[in-house]
Design a binder for this molecule. Structure first.
Ligand SMILES: Cc1c2[nH]c(c1CCC(=O)O)Cc1[nH]c(c(CCC(=O)O)c1C)Cc1[nH]c(c(CCC(=O)O)c1C)Cc1[nH]c(c(C)c1CCC(=O)O)C2
Length: 344
């Protein structure tokens, strides 16, 4: 497929596009009645991720309804621990629950190499999407960054400040580095396979990037993400990688300067002006409307969009939220958002 008509691929190749192309993080999900309907037809969330027909259907729902410029594979960052042999479940209204991994001994019970065939349904979903999507829509794959996934594996759930994983990073660096290394290798193999199955670009979600002091950030977040992206691009030179570090703050400049990312995604707490400063000015960017401005709607929403449009006027930039869309978001506000972003 000739990707030149795909606006998001143009931006990822460094070319400014106006009006800004748009997709939103977590665009398939509970704010959509058609998603809730499919979700209620399966018993568990992972069953939805592992049923290619249904996973492809919910990936397509926001494309049909809103015509976003990218579709993101419907899956979850926790399918990697699941495939490595860790028990993962999703408890209604509580989020993910995992068996914990707390020492090298626990690690020896998990697979060393990711058994890719356990994720065949994910690759089959991409295979369906590759032909089902409109030709102008970019197909995105994704994975969680090793530190974020490791935080879940250590705490057994999401935590506000990743204290269990941070404490272990100090107390047992050998274990922590081994866990991160295993996740780097698994994530790399997983993303390569996603590209082979039809994904054109991937996003790496470092949702817990804010909790790390600088030395730990370099060791546990930046370097591992760099290893994944470098290897991915070595193996699949056409693949593009978007790096999202929530709470990236001061570290965004460092990630941009390291030069491996094709785009850097900003959370909503980041001043959008930074996209035109320092190393960030020469790398494509993505973001960063507050997901709650989208809940509020009205002039808050329009004003928030204007600030980003103004800053990104000359820039290779993809419009997105600063984090995932939340379930209480009214559909009409998403329609208002797209209309506003796509004004001439
Ligand atoms: C941290 C994280 C997770 N999962 C993900 C992240 C990184 C992005 C972020 O920071 O938000 C990534 C993710 N999760 C999901 C997608 C699908 C694609 C998309 O539309 O973006 C993506 C890209 C579906 C999902 N993943 C989940 C749902 C909701 C579960 C349901 O429908 O029952 C969806 C649509 C479950 C999930 N999965 C996770 C949590 C914390 C939860 C529960 C909280 C919640 O419900 O939002 C872990």
């Amino acid at each position: 497929m000739n990707t030149s008509q795909k606006k998001i691929m143009q931006v990822l190749n460094g070319q400014p596009v106006w009006p800004l192309p748009i997709w939103v993080m977590r665009q398939a999900g509970r704010y959509l009645p058609e998603y809730r309907q499919v979700r209620s037809s399966v018993s568990g969330f992972l069953e939805l991720c592992y049923t290619p027909k249904l996973a492809a259907e919910v990936t397509l729902q926001p494309i049909r309804r809103f015509g976003f410029d990218a579709a993101i594979l419907f899956s979850d960052i926790l399918v990697i621990p699941d495939a490595l042999g860790l028990k993962v479940s999703f408890v209604e209204n509580e989020g993910p629950k995992l068996d914990q991994v707390l020492s090298l001994k626990d690690l020896s019970k998990l697979e060393d190499e990711l058994p890719l065939n356990r994720l065949d349904p994910v690759f089959e979903t991409l295979d369906i999407l590759k032909t089902a999507l409109p030709s102008e829509t970019t197909l995105l794959g994704f994975c969680g960054a090793p530190w974020t996934v490791a935080s879940y594996m250590i705490a057994g759930k999401g935590t506000p400040d990743q204290a269990p994983a941070r404490i272990l990073a100090y107390q047992d660096p050998e274990f922590m580095d081994a866990l991160i290394d295993r996740l780097v290798r698994a994530s790399t193999a997983y993303l390569i396979r996603q590209i082979d199955a039809g994904a054109e670009a991937v996003q790496i979600f470092e949702s817990f990037g804010s909790a790390l002091p600088p030395a730990l950030f370099d060791r546990l977040s930046l370097k591992p993400i760099e290893r994944i992206v470098k290897k991915l691009k070595e193996e699949r030179p056409a693949a593009k990688a978007i790096v999202f570090v929530r709470g990236g703050g001061n570290n965004l400049e460092k990630i941009a300067a390291a030069g491996f990312a094709d785009a850097i995604a900003l959370d909503w707490g980041t001043n959008i002006a930074v996209i035109n400063q320092g190393s960030l000015s020469s790398v494509p960017t993505q973001g960063n409307l507050d997901p709650l401005a989208l809940v509020a709607g009205g002039s808050y929403l329009d004003d928030g969009v204007d600030v980003i449009r103004k800053a990104a006027r000359q820039k290779a930039h993809i419009f997105n939220l600063g984090h995932g869309i939340v379930p209480q978001t009214p559909i009409e506000h998403v329609e208002q958002l797209i209309k506003k972003v796509r004004e001439a």
